[in-house]
Design a protein around this ligand. Sequence first.
Ligand code: C5P
Length: 302
Amino acid sequence: MSVTVRAPAKINLDLAVGPAGADGFHELVTVFLALDLYDDVTVTPAPDWSCTVTGRQAGEVPQDASNLAVRAAQLLAGRYGVRESVAIAIDKDIPVAGGMAGGSADAAATLVACNDLWGCGADDDALAELAAELGSDVAFPLIGGTAIGTGRGHLLEPIAAAVELTWVLAFSPTGLSTPAVFRECDRLRAQQRVDVLAPQPNPPLLAALAAGDAAGVGRALRNDLQAAAVSLQPALAQTLAAGRAAGALGGLVSGSGPTTAFLAADDNAADRIAAALSRLPGVSDTAIARGPVSGATVLVGD
Ligand code: C5P
């Protein structure tokens, strides 16, 4: 009587940030890549709503109704007239407050798991709409793969990536708040009197992905939030420099950070980069991850 769903982490290969709209959200053009670093979410019928978390940084995640996963289950239940509640068990491997959409992956996995458990029959489009109500990054882990995101980042268009990319991830001992990083980006731009234009796509990146050209992907990586993340966590500058010096094809802060991601030419290069990064005081842990991978997938059903 339980359903377990596995959902992937994301990194942003490109993140172009435009001006903030009246709703406070910034217009984005981004390229998401799903990696084989996963959270597993199990939902089980229970007399009350609950949420428990195990795994990496479990202690830093709210284990009550404020967890986005609980809100996801309650949103689906409300929309489909379900009167049951579930116990949600999250087994985390995606870093918390790391710029890899771990909380969003948990919410996406919960939508898929409860849809299956309750037999709601919500199709992909209906799940994507619910996901967008929960947060800008919740829709992507539903589909995974590689996709361009526009709007708040929630309007997705899958794209082909003709290459499996190997990444070294460097985790930071302290997280960053996404709203704080967007605010810092605005502050730096105002201070430097930057003209903030509508965000533009990144044709060299898209061409390199389509051609399976990993070195081209490495050269075309871009993140408009990187300067803001580095401003809030100055140790990231050293991490970025060390990853490049260790031979990465390219490296950047993932999303709003503070996780940094370095593209490796092969497995040996990945091991060398990970070894160099793991010696840094600003790095709490490293992982090697590959993508693209599929979106949220039912592992065990009832
Ligand atoms: O959509 P989500 O809840 O993940 O967004 C968290 C916060 O990140 C927002 O409240 C906003 O401050 C910031 N954000 C933004 N522009 C976006 C996405 C998120 O300013 N496109």
